[in-house]
Design a protein around this ligand. Structure first.
Ligand SMILES: [Cu+2]
Length: 123
């Protein structure tokens, strides 16, 4: 269960997740229940997973989803994908097994990857 909302923000932040760090085992099926206590939309996106994991919920409300964790000790960045929310506090980590040094997967990089057009060869 992950909560998202204004009430979890620390000083200097606007929105946040609670808890911010999720610890899971390797090769585990994990169900994430995201509870949004705000009247705005919040997402929980883990771009480093393959396939990418994302939940979004227009608050107040709750959604859930599940994914299988990687077969390696790794730490992945998670964030709210709504523009600017991650910069005001909505960031966290998924720590698989013993974890690893955090790989920086910036939202911008992911966006470029997402919008990369798949051009069919017309030859
Ligand atoms: Cu948000």
């Amino acid at each position: 269960m992950v909560k998202a909302g204004r009430q979890y923000a620390r000083e200097g932040e606007v929105f946040a997740f609670q808890p911010r760090d999720l610890r899971v085992g390797r090769c585990e099926e994990v169900e994430v229940v995201l509870e949004n206590t705000d009247e705005v939309r919040h997402d929980l996106m883990i771009p480093g997973l393959s396939p990418l994991f994302a939940l979004n919920v227009l608050g107040p409300g709750t959604v859930s989803g599940s994914f299988v964790t990687p077969d390696q000790d790794i730490t992945l960045f998670l964030h709210c994908h709504i523009p600017a929310h991650d910069k005001v506090g909505m960031m966290g980590k998924l720590i698989v097994g013993k974890g690893s040094p955090l790989k920086t997967v910036t939202p911008t990089l992911m966006l470029q990857k997402d919008t990369n057009p798949t051009t069919a060869s017309a030859s």
